[in-house]
Design a protein around this ligand. Structure first.
Ligand code: SF4
Ligand code: MG
Length: 323
């Protein structure tokens, strides 16, 4: 086996049977995750991937790192617990749009407020793929995908706006069929010091017959015989998302919000906003618990060699006594 420092993307593959539909955007995202981990030379035992429920959530089984496949909408709180217990781990969270922005929406907002140093990917296809294509929270009002009997009666959430409003300090969007670009975004998100949110446009060919690979790629609109892709890269148009001074925060966020509104004929991908001027949750914890990083909960001894608990709970119970 290759030393951990020399791992290749294929070393992050598992032999678990993959049952995603042929042509699903999830395949490209999985590959991008594996490529990013190899690029970052991350040892497998230092990475944890936490997922919720849905097609996207199977990613935890397909990446050869620690994996936790949790409950519907609950990937973020579990991931936050993992990171708090062992801040030395690189923690990635993978959800679907239904999972992360429906039942998990409260956790989405809380994660932004905390600014814990984790990376959150939402695989965004506008439908609940695993349960036969109901409208998800990101499907826009009036849109009728093929498994809906009538057009969507609800307005869609803009995940980038919600992330920016909640306080996420890295906000980006990738596209499942631009794997190299997506890999670079994941690398940048993981390197970001703070909470990084990445919305990934993920065509679901089985249930979303509108936002398809051909649609994003502009196969349906030819100009002089050339296809006109709807997806474009922010960085190729000179967009600068980085907040360099604290005072820069508001104007940069306003620019990010403006660009995040674009949809339809021109859909931006890339980094919308990056701000490392704010302390992470771990920094704030260290202010209160000075030896937190050296002795986090996961590294504390809780049993002796014979397996007998060494933790004295009475001390904690005493603190709860109201006198
Ligand atoms: Fe992918 Fe859609 Fe199939 Fe789920 S239902 S595996 S999202 S194509
Ligand atoms: Mg979905």
């Amino acid at each position: 086996m290759a030393p951990e420092a020399l791992l290749k993307p294929q070393d992050f593959q598992t032999d678990v049977h993959n049952d995603w539909c042929p042509g699903c955007g999830d395949f490209g995202i999985l590959k991008a995750v594996q490529m990013a981990l190899a690029d970052l030379k991350l040892p497998r035992h230092e990475v944890a991937l936490v997922s919720g429920i849905g097609c996207s959530a199977k990613t935890a089984h397909y990446v050869n790192v620690y994996g936790v496949h949790t409950l519907h909408g609950r990937a973020l709180p579990v991931a936050i617990g993992v990171k708090l217990a062992n801040p030395g781990l690189e923690v990635l969270v993978v959800s679907g749009d239904g999972d992360g922005l429906g039942i998990g929406a409260g956790h989405f907002v809380s994660a932004g407020r905390r600014n814990l140093d984790i990376t959150y990917l939402i695989l965004d296809n506008g439908v609940y793929g695993l349960t036969k294509g109901q409208a998800s929270p990101t499907l826009k009002l009036g849109v009728k995908t093929k498994s809906l009997t009538q057009p969507n009666i609800n307005e869609g959430i803009n995940p980038l706006w919600l992330a920016l409003a909640s306080g996420a300090t890295f906000v980006a969007r990738g596209y499942a069929f631009d794997i190299k670009h997506l890999k670079d975004l994941i690398v940048r998100a993981i390197r970001h010091r703070g909470y990084a949110f990445l919305d990934v446009l993920q065509p679901c060919p089985t249930y979303n017959n509108l936002n398809t690979k051909d649609w994003y790629g502009g196969e349906d609109r030819l100009v002089e015989g050339k296809k006109m892709p709807r997806v474009y890269k922010l960085e190729e148009r000179g967009y600068d998302p980085v907040v360099r001074t604290f005072e820069d925060t508001e104007p940069k966020k306003m620019e990010a919000l403006k660009h995040a509104l674009q949809w339809g004929d021109a859909i931006p991908i890339g980094v919308f906003y990056q701000n490392e001027q704010f302390p992470t949750f771990e920094n704030r914890l260290e202010d209160r618990i000075p030896n937190y990083r050296e002795s986090p909960p996961a590294k504390q001894v809780i049993a002796d060699a014979a397996g007998r608990p060494t933790v004295r709970v009475q001390k904690f119970l005493d603190e709860l006594v109201v006198t």
